[in-house]
Design a protein around this ligand. Structure first.
Ligand SMILES: Cc1cc2nc3c(=O)[nH]c(=O)nc-3n(C[C@H](O)[C@H](O)[C@H](O)COP(=O)(O)OP(=O)(O)OC[C@H]3O[C@@H](n4cnc5c(N)ncnc54)[C@H](O)[C@@H]3O)c2cc1C
Length: 502
């Protein structure tokens, strides 16, 4: 059989995207494929991606990483969800947890039983039935696969980590599996005149680097996919208007929280990410509504402890490329798009797209149908995440600032309007099978930000009021029993994965 297999892969960029790609491709592809990564020490990485979602554990599993070592090497902590403050209204707070509330009964989502309970005068929130909520606010964490002998799954979790250390950790793994790293700056890109494919890269020191497949991990510069191949960027800032951030660390504080905080301000929001050696903070904002000086002042005013250094400014445009694979180039990370950090989806998109690339790995023929399928899948994933993020801004009752009035009144994609209307009118949610976020995530954000359904599903009436009351109370008992024996998050880290270097 004649094969036309790729022999040389060149990755441009050594930020999170570059090293995730290098580690995953070198682990999964045959050794005979040579992988070279070029990065420039003179061009800094973004380096503020510190919060993740549970899907990262799949990548870690694929790479064969030991979890305790990984957390220790990256000064990491565990994350059960994100606490959203001041989003629906000033003073509101809810936790978007990584788990389902309660237990589904007869294939009906638990929130439908809770809606009925509520309609019959029951008090308390959906989160009173959430294992994750209970553990998070007790500052507890443990590896809990299942809850007793029930059908309730245990704690789904992700990590907070130091992005610089994460890239360094993956670099060690990638180099151990044969990736060659070159320190240098790419100055030019040579295209083949007949096909328009990338033929080689010209480096600052005069060297030329040839390859079959080029992976653009050059960050917002988008050196290959944008600058050389001219693939357009679809700007979504009319829906996701934040376009700047200022980030700064501060000393850690006790207790060590197993969740991220996202606190809405006048024209954006502030993250708080607890690590072992410091707390990461950043104010994401829209510069049409406030200045950078105002953003810095708000950030510093809302830290737990004095800042460790000067706030670092960052600029971005929310959106995505029209295509992510074009000719013999695939873009990963910030070169392919940025939806803003609200739900910690960027590192996930890198991993998910590397997995898709491995699954749909090209040959040197670079067949157009191959490219089209990859682009369809990745575009779809971006578009679905986009809707979920817009929901956070649009579903608000805040009218205390121009920014929030804009968000509440802006036109949103029809796909999102349909979802919100269905939930409000019926309590139902239909999830696109390719959507990263599950029903339970959509329900938590909608309820958490004040979108309360008018109805509950008829099937919830299959049990009597007494049975319903017992069921609700049993769920709480089960959750309490599962949470009580868990260690504190701090103790768990001290005993299992304390950072080697603080
Ligand atoms: C404000 C903010 C907050 C964020 N928070 C989160 C979060 O909490 N969770 C999350 O998942 N993600 C987050 N992200 C996104 C996350 O930071 C990125 O997805 C991640 O860092 C990947 O970046 P990257 O590797 O694509 O680009 P970069 O980190 O910018 O790396 C680019 C690389 O390209 C190299 N390079 C560029 N030009 C050249 C050249 N000419 N020659 C050679 N090398 C070159 C650079 O040296 C560098 O190594 C956040 C992003 C921002 C802006």
């Amino acid at each position: 059989m004649q094969t036309d297999h790729i022999e040389k892969i060149v990755i441009v960029g050594g930020g999170t995207a570059g090293w995730v790609a290098a580690a995953a491709l070198s682990k999964m592809l045959p050794d005979k494929i040579r992988i070279t990564l070029i990065e420039s020490d003179a061009i800094r990485t973004v380096g503020v991606g510190e919060a993740t979602i549970p899907q990262i554990r799949r990548l870690n599993g694929m790479l064969g990483l030991d979890e305790n070592e990984f957390v220790s090497e990256t000064n990491g902590t565990f994350k059960l969800g994100i606490e959203f403050n001041n989003w629906g209204q000033l003073g509101d707070s809810y936790l978007h947890t990584f788990g389902d509330a309660g237990i589904n009964l007869s294939n009906l989502h638990f929130h439908q039983y809770w809606l009925r309970h509520h309609a019959e005068g029951g008090t308390g929130s959906l989160w009173d039935y959430s294992l994750h909520h209970k553990a998070a606010y007790a500052h507890k964490f443990g590896r809990l696969e299942r809850v007793g002998n029930t059908s309730m799954t245990g704690l789904a979790y992700a990590y907070h980590f130091d992005a610089g250390r994460y890239a360094a950790y993956l670099r060690k793994k990638a180099e151990a599996t044969g990736v060659t790293r070159i320190e240098g700056k790419v100055e030019g890109v040579q295209l083949a005149p007949d096909t328009g494919h990338i033929k080689s890269l010209k480096l600052e020191n005069g060297d030329t680097l040839e390859g079959d497949l080029f992976i653009d991990c050059s960050g917002f510069r988008a050196l290959l996919i944008g600058q050389a191949l001219d693939v357009e960027y679809r700007d979504w800032s009319h829906w996701l208007p934040c376009n700047r951030a200022v980030a700064v660390g501060c000393k850690t504080s006790s207790p060590l929280l197993p969740y991220t905080k996202a606190t809405a301000h006048e024209a954006g929001w502030q993250w708080r990410i607890p690590l072992q050696h410091r707390t990461g903070n950043g104010h994401v904002f829209c510069d049409s509504f406030i200045s950078e000086d105002e953003a810095v002042e708000t950030l510093l005013k809302n830290l737990d402890a004095p800042a460790l250094g000067e706030p670092k400014p960052l600029r971005f445009t929310t959106g995505r490329r029209e295509k992510f694979w074009h000719k013999n180039c695939v873009s990963l990370g910030l070169s392919s798009g940025f939806l803003e950090p609200l739900e910690s989806t960027s590192i996930h998109l890198i991993q998910s797209n590397v997995s898709k690339l491995i699954e749909l790995f090209p040959t040197r023929a670079f067949d157009e149908s191959h490219e089209a399928e990859y682009n369809r899948q990745v575009s779809n994933e971006y578009d679905l995440i986009r809707d979920f993020l817009i929901l956070h801004y649009h579903q608000t009752q805040r009218d205390d600032s121009e920014f929030w009035r804009y968000c509440a009144n802006m036109d949103v994609p029809d796909s999102l309007t349909a979802k919100m209307e269905l939930f409000e009118n019926t309590g139902l949610l239909y999830r696109n099978p390719e959507d990263l976020f599950r029903e339970s995530s959509w329900v938590q954000v909608m309820l958490g930000q004040g979108l309360h359904p008018k109805q509950y599903h008829a099937m919830a009436d299959r049990i009597s009021s007494d049975q319903l009351a017992r069921f609700m109370s049993d769920v709480q008992t089960i959750i309490g029993r599962a949470t009580d024996p868990l260690p504190s998050h701090q103790d768990f880290i001290e005993t299992q994965c304390k950072a080697a270097l603080q």
